[in-house]
Design a protein around this ligand. Structure first.
Ligand code: URA
Length: 437
């Protein structure tokens, strides 16, 4: 259709509803460079203030999904279940729930992203395992899932290119924080990735995109409606991101914590969330009658060591050195370590996740620019969680980097991000709600 962008902007500015055809024409025109940034920005701002309803949001999702490759997983046997986190600090859950669900018979054919800003990415974590290859040809990807039940790779550049372009424009025009725009951005990529069912881990809190539980729940609801509208079973869990997950933030540090969790020695919050998410994936994959039964099956896979064995097989199959599971020295070590010790006696009130994520990024564990190299051994290892009792002089965290000045600066930032007070704070609820089960 021939699109008059000026009319379209005015229609949305005045609160009108865009048709499917108009949305499609906008997405394809903008992706192909036929619509200038200034008109696309004006339309995004009109959407930001006037919102889109479910039909418009679904149409935008479909149009962005269809702007690039869609993955066909039909040659993989079974119900393929994908999992997506909206982004957090210390979130190494894919490395745990992937092997857990796969060891219980759910095929995992997952494409993941790299770190973004203060949040980490699964692909960077996997690449901290010596030799691990995150790029597989499609046929090898499908064959691997059929043979060992799991493959974890990086997202191809050709998944939803329209989202890539529109997201970059939103990032610089003050139009990121709109539920329809966020939901369609995430779901266009998830639907293109081809799984049969989707589990969304929607983070909320100080270290997440959505700070309040209500906003996170609203985002979760929209994404579930989009997924279901596209014919995929979709469930979302709203989970806490007010403090980092577990203790480790930084690539190799997080892989080690994930391995420890699969050995049954992980932090309580990580183990609890992993079992719940894996249980839901086992249920969505048709291997359990209820999510609760799925959790019990996942717990058995954890305790019996079969999930750890699955991780070992995965690492070896994708070219990594599986001996890292028994010998963490094979990851290498950061050259400098600077400790943060408590100046007070009391209880840990707050560990600001966003600031810990930024501090970790500044040690070299994350990138400042898109193509910056990563220091896989850099990062932050917390020694305490919110609610823990500490005495003056106790260790709060250790900051690792190849660069002494960076480790020292990160230690200062981590010190500022941990608040100690006299009263024991209220217990934190990790899993706040489940939507769409
Ligand atoms: N993540 C995405 O992929 N898109 C958004 O709009 C926000 C977070």
């Amino acid at each position: 259709m021939k699109l008059n962008m000026n009319d379209l902007i005015i229609k949305k500015r005045d609160g009108g509803k865009l048709t499917k055809e108009e949305i499609r024409a906008f997405v394809s025109g903008y992706t192909q460079g036929e619509i200038p940034d200034y008109q696309a920005s004006a339309l995004l701002m009109a959407i930001f203030f006037r919102h889109m309803d479910d039909e418009e949001t679904l149409a935008l999702t479909e149009a962005m999904k269809n702007s690039g490759d869609t993955v066909d997983l039909s040659t993989i046997k079974g119900i393929k279940v994908d999992k997506h986190s909206t982004g957090g600090v210390g979130d190494k859950l894919t490395l745990i729930v992937g092997p857990l669900a796969a060891s219980c018979g759910v095929p995992i054919a997952k494409m993941s992203g790299r770190g973004l800003g203060f949040t980490g990415g699964t692909v960077d974590k996997l690449e901290s395992i010596p030799g691990f290859n995150t790029t597989l040809e499609p046929e090898d990807f499908y064959r691997q899932v059929n043979e060992i039940g799991i493959a974890l790779i990086g997202q191809s550049g050709h998944i939803a290119p329209a989202d890539k372009k529109i997201y970059a424009l939103r990032d610089v025009t003050g139009t990121v924080e709109n539920l329809s725009l966020i939901a369609s951005s995430i779901m266009s990529k998830k639907l293109a990735a081809g799984s049969d069912a989707i589990l969304l881990d929607v983070k909320c809190g100080e270290g997440a995109f959505m700070e309040t539980e209500e906003d996170a729940a609203a985002l979760a609801e929209i994404m579930c409606r989009i997924g279901t509208g596209a014919g995929k079973r979709t469930v979302a869990m709203v989970t806490d991101m007010n403090q980092p997950l577990g203790y480790a933030v930084g690539n190799a540090l997080e892989v080690i914590e994930a391995i420890e969790t699969l050995k049954g020695r992980g932090p309580a919050d990580i183990e609890n969330l992993s079992l719940t998410l894996a249980g839901m994936m086992i249920y969505l994959g048709g291997k359990a009658g209820t999510p609760g039964e799925g959790r019990m099956i996942a717990e058995h896979a954890l305790r019996s060591g079969v999930a750890l064995a699955k991780l070992r097989t995965l690492i070896a199959r994708q070219g990594g050195n599986p001996d890292v599971i028994d010998d963490y020295d094979l990851f290498g070590t950061a050259k400098k370590a600077v400790e943060v010790r408590s100046e007070y006696t009391g209880y840990v009130q707050l560990i600001e996740a966003r600031e810990i994520g930024r501090a970790s990024q500044s040690t070299g564990a994350g990138r400042a620019e898109k193509d910056d190299p990563i220091d896989f051994n850099a990062g932050i290892l917390l020694a305490r969680k919110v609610g823990d009792r500490v005495r003056k002089g106790d260790l709060l965290a250790t900051c690792y980097s190849a660069d002494a000045a960076k480790a020292k600066a990160a230690a200062k930032a981590v010190d500022d991000a941990i608040l100690i007070g006299k009263e024991k704070p209220a217990e934190q609820v990790l899993i706040k709600r489940t939507i769409g089960a």
